[in-house]
Design a protein around this ligand. Structure first.
Ligand SMILES: Cc1cc2nc3c(=O)[nH]c(=O)nc-3n(C[C@H](O)[C@H](O)[C@H](O)COP(=O)(O)OP(=O)(O)OC[C@H]3O[C@@H](n4cnc5c(N)ncnc54)[C@H](O)[C@@H]3O)c2cc1C
Ligand code: FES
Length: 256
């Protein structure tokens, strides 16, 4: 884990109040693996006091890329930073996706859940048979399609809730067909809790090995404050920050 001063090189505003930052952070970029995240101090002052957690979209030393949606005060401050500004970043944090060498793997991304899966695809698409099922509310929220088209996915299926791009509806509507046709041996997913919960009930763990990257409220990001716990199948708790964020999908007790 590094505590590094990152320097913003590019800051792009995207539709739907999303931002893409390219940051020079050589030590973090060198160590970051798909699934890891960072805790970012969003302002040069101590207000707000808590850092905010973000997945790593891509790391190509000496650079990392963050892709985030403006939600509240912290992301608004982060989104107002410009090239030339610098910021404190702690990372890389958390565990990583399993490599799943030799396994046909389906990536399932809902909205900004694309972040850690994009990182995984960048690292492994050239050596693995990867499929992508990617959905969002509308075409305007699918910002990374050009980059995704340039990656060697075996097949990409896009869903939008309003039908403005790809198939109309929730991405879970396309799951069964993809599984039947392509017979993946593993799935990696990230997205809203409702989507992950639905996947947990739809996917058969006897047929695919299933992992998900989770979000939780995080105070510290490295195992000290216990603000990020999640309930697992045996009734105990796991810390999303240092025992995750990647967990076997069906190990989590999802709300009904
Ligand atoms: C491991 C991990 C990776 C993430 N990766 C991304 C990403 O790549 N892109 C992206 O847009 N968002 C990501 N998030 C969510 C992002 O951290 C929150 O949207 C952000 O912290 C909201 O901060 P805020 O001050 O704008 O919102 P506020 O609602 O004002 O935040 C108040 C407090 O709640 C916390 N909080 C609010 N929503 C969340 C949330 N969904 N998850 C965790 N903490 C939250 C904040 O950190 C802060 O402490 C990730 C969260 C986690 C845990
Ligand atoms: S965020 Fe502090 S223990 Fe997980």
């Amino acid at each position: 884990m590094q505590d590094e001063r990152g320097h913003i090189l590019q800051a792009r505003s995207l539709d739907g109040d999303c931002r893409l930052l390219k940051i020079a952070a050589p030590r973090i970029a060198e160590q970051a693996k798909p699934g890891n995240f960072v805790m970012v101090r969003v302002s040069p002052s101590l207000d707000p006091i808590l850092r905010r957690p973000f997945g790593i979209l891509q790391s190509e030393p000496p650079h990392i890329w963050l892709y985030f949606q403006v939600r509240g005060r912290g992301t608004r401050l982060l989104g107002s930073l410009r090239p030339g500004d610098s910021l404190d970043i702690l990372g890389p944090l958390g565990n990583t996706f399993p490599e799943l060498a030799g396994k046909k793997t389906l990536l399932i991304a809902g909205g900004r859940g694309i972040v850690p899966l994009f990182h995984y695809a960048k690292a492994y698409a050239a050596q693995r048979q990867l499929f992508l099922l990617y959905g969002a509310r509308s075409a305007a929220e699918l910002h990374l399609l050009e980059e995704i088209k340039a990656m060697p996915f075996e097949k990409t299926v896009i869903f939008s809730e309003d039908g403005s791009i790809g198939k109309k509806g929730l991405l879970t509507a396309g799951l069964e067909k993809l599984i039947t046709e392509q017979r993946p041996q593993a799935t990696l997913s990230c997205g809203p809790e409702a989507m992950l919960s639905r996947l947990a009930s739809m996917l058969d763990p006897g047929k695919t090995e299933n992992y998900a990257s989770l979000e939780a409220l995080m105070g510290c990001g490295f195992g000290v404050c216990h603000s990020c716990v999640v309930l697992v199948a045996d009734g105990s708790y796991r810390k999303v920050c240092d025992e995750g964020p990647v967990f076997p999908l069906q190990e989590i007790q999802w709300p009904n």
